[in-house]
Design a protein around this ligand. Structure first.
Ligand code: DOR
Ligand code: ZN
Length: 345
């Protein structure tokens, strides 16, 4: 049995860091594990210009501990007012790596998102020209569609037409949760990437109701049934370069989660690579963790792989029940549970 695992330092290709004084509470968790992270733009107000992305990046960097080197990779929030000029400026900036598409109303701070993707096809054509990837929150918001089917219906209604209409656009299907998404990624001849979160690899939808309703297991896309979880584990551990690590770590104060209308989002940055290691070990695929966590993402984005490494040790530790989050507190994923892999600092 392996007791230490040294891998090339990983990157997180989907991360929420929020803004303001909570940055100093949460950025260190990611910066101690990952070299880079794709930072989501769904702030209030959203990050829609390069200038906003540059300023946000500076605020994140100010929260990185002195002994870490961490590079935030910035994204712009796609709206129906995003222009070709915004895209060209983003592409030339060297700071913005991608553009995020939220269907309006699909999730946290998505109100400024896009109501009908075909309206922004001209802007997506420019992104294809500039080789700037589109990061997709893949769920329809049609109230007639069952919440658990939103991703599968999105594939049919939005993603397949998009793939056909703008063949040159590079797309990352973010936080995939279904066997249908895995099949789509595998069957698409050109490069469509997909990120997979630790929670969707570790849990199925029973976790939402175990012992009573559990707001800390609510995120979007929502957890799915066991057959989908198995398909995701199979994809992540398969060695297929189109699947890569993206935590979707999304902190919300305890008061916003334990609430009559609890927010969507799970916080995993405090133990992200450790949680993935657990999944890969359970699947008998620890030897494939490094490619999923450290190679497939930079290869997709056309960036260099990291040159340093991290070491995980087999050593039991208990995840804290709560973490500091500005003036409030945060309940992390796996709070109070024992994990088997520990980051060697
Ligand atoms: O659960 C989620 N939380 N899903 C998202 O798409 C957004 C995120 C957030 O920002 O809290
Ligand atoms: Zn997200």
């Amino acid at each position: 049995m392996t007791d230490t695992l040294t891998i090339t330092r990983p990157d997180d290709w989907h991360l929420h860091l929020r803004d303001g004084k909570v940055l100093t509470d949460i950025v260190p968790h990611t910066a101690r594990r990952f070299a880079r992270a794709i930072v989501m733009p769904n702030l209030k107000p959203p990050v829609v210009t390069v200038d906003q992305a540059v300023a946000y990046r500076e605020r994140i960097l100010a929260a990185v501990p002195k002994d870490c080197s961490f590079e935030p990779l910035m994204t712009l929030y796609l709206t129906e007012r995003t222009s070709a000029g915004d895209i060209r400026q983003a592409s030339a900036s060297g700071v913005v790596q991608a553009v995020k598409y939220y269907p309006a109303g699909a999730t946290t701070n998505s109100d400024a998102g896009v109501t009908d993707l075909t309206r922004v096809y001209p802007v997506l054509e420019v992104m294809a020209e500039e080789n700037l990837p589109l990061l997709v929150h893949g769920e329809v918001v049609d109230p007639q569609v069952d919440v658990f089917d939103r991703e599968a219906v999105f594939i049919e209604r939005v993603l397949l037409p998009l793939l056909q209409q703008i063949p040159g656009l590079r797309i990352v299907f973010e936080h995939i949760t279904t066997a249908e998404a895995v099949t789509l990624v595998r069957d698409t001849p050109r490069r469509l990437g997909a990120t997979i979160t630790p929670q969707h690899l570790l849990m199925n939808r029973n976790a939402l109701f175990k012992g009573g309703i559990s707001p800390h297991h609510y995120c979007l896309p929502v957890l799915k049934r066991e057959s989908h979880r198995k398909a995701l584990v199979e994809a992540a551990t398969s060695g297929d370069p189109r699947f890569f690590l993206g935590t979707d770590s999304a902190p919300h104060a305890r008061s916003a989660k334990e609430n009559g209308c609890g927010c969507a989002g799970m916080y995993s940055a405090h133990a992200a690579i450790e949680l993935y290691a657990q999944v890969f070990e359970q699947a008998g695929a620890l030897d494939r963790l490094e490619a999923f966590a450290s190679f497939h993402g930079p290869d997709f984005y056309g960036l260099a792989r990291n040159s340093d490494s991290i070491t995980l040790q087999r050593s039991s530790w208990t995840v804290p029940e709560k973490l500091r989050f500005g003036d409030g507190e945060l309940v992390p994923l796996a709070a109070g549970e024992t994990l088997t892999w520990k980051l060697k600092s």
